[in-house]
Design a binder for this molecule. Structure first.
Ligand SMILES: Cc1ncc(COP(=O)(O)O)c(C=O)c1O
Length: 393
């Protein structure tokens, strides 16, 4: 396909802008942190309130109880999960805590292999497991906070219970190649638990092709789903072998028996539920999932690669140091600029309705998404350049 054809195809995605009111009033380059709100969410939440108001407790049987499974299937479709394999939770941290509560960290197989660049919330969770018998093996980063797959693979052996790591690193947006890691984990008899938050919605993920056991993510970022909805995929081959200690009445195969135990876990994904689901958060997430599923991960990725390449070229032209990977196969959806005075520049840009963010140690993070116009790339990079210059950088 020629460049001109690729651009014409990619440009069709800007038609989705009408569904995202926020993107017209700002330069919206922060979808790695909080994706723009789909217009339909307002009506969806109103409808939820109306159902509650008019139907009362009957709402559970008339749809509410089935909702988390239906919404899990929509998000699961984005990463090729089999229907009925995704459970919905409040956030990634809770989803991982539930998944890890099913792992018996008993020597000699008591290691959890993770990386220094995993999201802090999860590193704190692993720290907690260390007090309960797990030995945490944290793979160190190389220059530029890069993680080498070879280092992870070398750390996996018969002592490894779980390999838990990010697919796309949150600081520098590096893609970690999961296939060889998942293969090695399988050979060694270890489980895989992938944090795909910075991947799903911008980088295509296929859980079946990768052969990962468990995968989590949230909704706030690339999926434009707002707070309150994380998800957990567990592969059908692993599911019934896992018995989470963090559980609840809705994980029981017949919750309305109100059986006082011992529990009998649901054979499906509901075995990973806990108590009453947080429906408003899930309902708010649904429109974003549907839009991403309709556009398709491949089309979003093609546009992201095109636009991040342009931003990197502009950064080079303007002398702004790029600290995220340049190679397409390594590059997630975010461009990171390690400019002098990044924190102050970020604050000044935010005050001028340029929406981006700053992370200590890496600098400014900027992300286009499927709703970004090509013309905005030049605009945002010029604003960043001028702000950095103004600050004397
Ligand atoms: C890779 C990654 N994992 C996890 C989180 C946080 O997860 P949660 O707040 O849903 O627990 C973030 C960002 O907030 C992230 O970038």
């Amino acid at each position: 396909m020629s460049d001109a054809t690729a651009t014409a195809r990619v440009d069709r995605l800007v038609e989705w802008r009408t569904e995202f009111p926020t993107v017209e009033s700002t330069l919206y380059f922060v979808s790695h942190s909080l994706g723009a709100m789909p217009r339909a969410v307002e009506d969806e939440l109103r409808r939820y309130a109306l159902t509650w108001k008019t139907r009362g407790i009957r709402a559970w049987e008339e749809g509410w109880f089935a909702l988390p499974t239906q919404i899990g299937d929509i998000v699961g479709g984005i990463f090729n999960a089999e229907p009925g394999t995704v459970s919905m939770h409040e956030n990634v941290t809770v989803a991982e805590a539930i998944a890890l509560s099913a792992v018996d960290f008993k020597a000699p197989r008591n290691r959890l292999v993770c990386t220094a660049e995993d999201f802090p919330s999860l590193l704190y969770l692993y720290e907690g497991l260390a007090g309960r018998g797990a030995e945490i093996v944290r793979i160190a980063a190389h220059a530029g906070r890069r993680i080498e797959e070879g280092d992870v693979i070398a750390a996996i052996d018969e002592r490894t219970a779980v390999v838990a790591l990010s697919h796309v690193l949150f600081r520098n947006s590096q893609i970690v190649d999961l296939a060889p890691i998942a293969r090695r984990a399988r050979e060694a008899g270890a489980l895989t638990l992938i944090d795909a938050y910075q991947a799903v919605g911008t980088v295509p993920v296929d859980v079946r092709a990768l052969g990962v056991d468990m995968l989590t993510g949230g909704s706030v970022k690339w999926l434009c789903g707002g707070p309150g909805a994380g998800y957990l995929y567990v592969s059908p081959r692993m599911r019934t072998r896992l018995e989470p200690a963090i559980t609840g009445w809705l994980a029981h195969e017949s919750p309305f028996d109100f059986d006082s135990g011992p529990t009998r876990r649901d054979p499906g994904a509901r075995r990973f539920w806990t108590g009453t689901p947080g429906l408003p958060g899930f309902i708010a997430a649904r429109s974003g999932y549907e839009i991403v599923a309709r556009i398709g991960a491949d089309a979003i990725r093609a546009k992201s690669l095109h636009q991040t390449a342009r931003m990197i070229a502009l950064a080079d032209e303007y002398g702004l140091p790029v600290s995220s990977p340049r190679e397409a196969a390594r590059r997630g959806g975010t461009v990171v600029l390690d400019v002098p005075g990044a924190e102050a520049a970020c604050a000044a840009l935010l005050a001028g309705d340029v929406l981006l963010d700053f992370r200590p140690g890496v600098g400014l993070r900027l992300a286009p998404h499927f709703y970004t116009r090509d013309e905005e790339l030049e605009l945002v990079m010029t604003r960043v350049r001028d702000e950095v210059r103004r600050a004397g950088g």
